[in-house]
Write a protein that binds this ligand. Structure first.
Ligand code: COA
Length: 262
């Protein structure tokens, strides 16, 4: 039996998914794509947060380009669709996805940051889209980066193929935080546990709103209506809002309240 290349760990409040193909710089081959999809399916309705990281010097070096060549020779044409399905499944997943970017994130590795809701990068990490060197538009990394960055910054990555370091990625907003490499997993652990203290329905609704508002809502009135309807949806699904109000009324603090806001 082949060893798994996506290692799933239950960390109580969250799940940790580690891409474990360090000898191939965590390039996403068919096995990795399949196992990632299986893991995402198995974790539906489970942990409220999922941290994604890679083993070794690379977060993810993108699609497995050598397998792509073998695929082409064998007439297999499903690779891009499989990869798209994985990334859409991450966006649609109710859990909050957190990228812990431990090293190189190239091509599909950048996509794997962009589809996460939050991202922390080691200060040694580098992000880039080398596709222009293959005379290619980065099919998923390109559009997902353009949804996150302004035109010149996205253009810098897409048109020059130059990598940006983690500090630049933080300054541009492609990741939330850049931390010393040795502190990366502790920072991701703290963030995942922080997120996991909130209500699951509210988290999933807020995650959905992060996509829906910029994509669909075009004016302020519509934006406010959307906010109201999102809360109505949460109330229809859980009484967590009422619980929060009752706790506050009784002089207790909800997570995120109080002077420290932690
Ligand atoms: N697909 C398939 N194999 C890959 C790969 C990818 N995207 N990225 C790296 N590998 C493989 C290499 O072919 C090599 O395999 P081998 O030992 O069987 O020859 C192994 O991983 C190590 O790669 P190497 O280039 O020697 O490692 P490095 O530490 O010097 O450099 C990278 C690491 C990630 C900077 C470099 O491998 C790289 O640029 N990879 C290509 C990334 C890319 O273009 N991604 C875009 C995909 S759309």
């Amino acid at each position: 039996m082949t060893a798994p290349v996506i290692v799933v760990e239950d960390r109580q409040d969250y799940a940790l998914l580690t891409i474990n193909r360090p000898e191939k710089r965590n390039a996403m081959n068919r096995q990795a794509r399949t196992e990632m999809m299986q893991a995402l399916t198995a974790l539906q309705g489970g942990p409220k947060a999922i941290v994604i990281t890679g083993t070794g010097a690379s977060y993810c070096a993108g699609m497995d380009l050598k397998e792509s060549v073998t695929d082409r020779e064998q007439g297999i044409t499903t690779a891009n669709q499989e990869w798209r399905d994985v990334n859409v499944a991450m966006r649609r997943h109710p859990a909050i996805m957190i990228a812990a970017v431990n090293g190189y994130a190239l091509g599909g590795g950048v996509t794997l940051i962009n589809v996460c809701d939050l991202a922390i990068a080691a200060d040694t990490a580098e992000l880039g889209m080398p596709e222009i060197g293959f005379a290619t538009y980065p099919g998923l990394a390109g559009p997902s980066t353009q949804l996150c960055l302004g035109r010149k910054r996205a253009g810098w990555m897409i048109l020059t193929g130059k990598r940006i370091d983690a500090r630049t990625a933080e300054a541009w907003g492609l990741v939330n935080q850049c931390v010393p490499a040795a502190e990366l997993m502790a920072a991701a652990d703290t963030l995942a546990r922080h997120v996991a203290q909130f209500d699951a329905t509210a988290l999933a609704a807020c995650k959905g709103a992060l996509d829906t508002v910029p994509a669909v809502v075009t004016d302020w009135r519509q934006a406010f209506d959307f906010g109201e309807s999102t809360n109505a949806l949460i109330r229809d699904t859980t009484d967590a809002q009422r619980g929060g109000m009752e706790r506050f009324h009784a002089g207790q603090r909800n997570p995120g309240q109080g002077r420290t806001g932690s």
